[in-house]
Ligand binder design. Structure first.
Ligand SMILES: *Cc1c(COP(=O)(O)O)cnc(C)c1O
Length: 239
């Protein structure tokens, strides 16, 4: 891991520019406006001072998969006066919510009714409205996190009226090392699920689809992703 030097800052700026261009090109290829896709910079690979360099380069929507990392980095950013939007993208245990609720604005990994209830309670307590995406498992991989597709409707039904949280869409990951075609089919099935839930519940807006990482963001954007979670590609030459 490199130090937060000028050289490191320059590498990160170059990476950020390249990733934006690649995402822009994927939007062009899909005939979608680039404004429809937000890059969530996944900073889990680096220390708070290195993550700060990415925000200083212009990537201020950041994702972490561990609560501990969110509070460390959010605290460091506060000390440095750097604004950022923190997204929780990994599995969240209910006993960790209280500690991070004030630092996060969006949870991508809502995967149970019990978690939704706990998030709702804490969000109400701190008078915050928390954006949430329901994580679905569209792969055949039982070890993967996320709700099986057939449980989605029941959980959505019971979650959508909870106070303090706003369900805005779905999140999913493709099967690791799948071919490009297989990844596209999985992302398309997430979009289909979203479309189905949207017509079932017209009173809410399920406009967000969080899908696509460094290796498959092009496929995800082709299938309608609005949030791409990019990690490794932003840290080339650093980690
Ligand atoms: C690490 C991680 C990412 C980023 O993955 P890269 O392949 O490094 O871009 C995206 N989403 C989740 C949930 C992650 O844990």
């Amino acid at each position: 891991m490199q130090e937060a030097s000028d050289e490191t800052a320059a590498i990160i700026r170059t990476n950020w520019t390249r990733v934006q261009e690649q995402v822009g090109a994927a939007c062009d290829a899909a005939a979608r406006p680039a404004e429809q896709v937000t890059i969530v910079g996944v900073s889990k690979y680096v220390s708070p001072p290195i993550a700060l360099l990415l925000a200083q380069a212009g990537c201020c929507v950041l994702g972490e998969n561990r609560p501990q990392a969110i509070w460390d980095k959010a605290e460091y950013f506060r000390q440095q006066g750097q604004p950022a939007e923190w997204h929780m993208i990994g599995h969240l245990q209910r006993n960790k919510i209280r500690r991070i609720i004030s630092d996060i604005c969006c949870v991508h990994s809502l995967d149970s009714l019990r978690l939704a209830q706990a998030l709702s309670e804490e969000a109400v307590r701190v008078e915050q409205c928390l954006r949430c995406l329901i994580e679905v498992n569209v792969t055949q991989d039982a070890s993967k996190t996320g709700l099986p597709a057939h449980e989605l409707e029941v959980v959505l039904e019971q979650t959508l009226r909870l106070p303090g949280i706003s369900i805005q869409g779905l999140m999913a990951m493709s099967t690791q090392q799948s071919t490009s075609d297989a990844a596209r089919r999985e992302f398309a099935s997430v979009r289909d699920l979203r479309d189905k839930m949207q017509s079932r519940y017209p009173e809410i807006q399920l406009s967000e689809l969080s899908m696509g990482m460094s290796s498959d963001f092009r496929e995800a954007i082709a299938e309608g992703a609005t949030l791409v979670r990019i990690g490794s590609n932003l840290w080339q030459g650093i980690i």
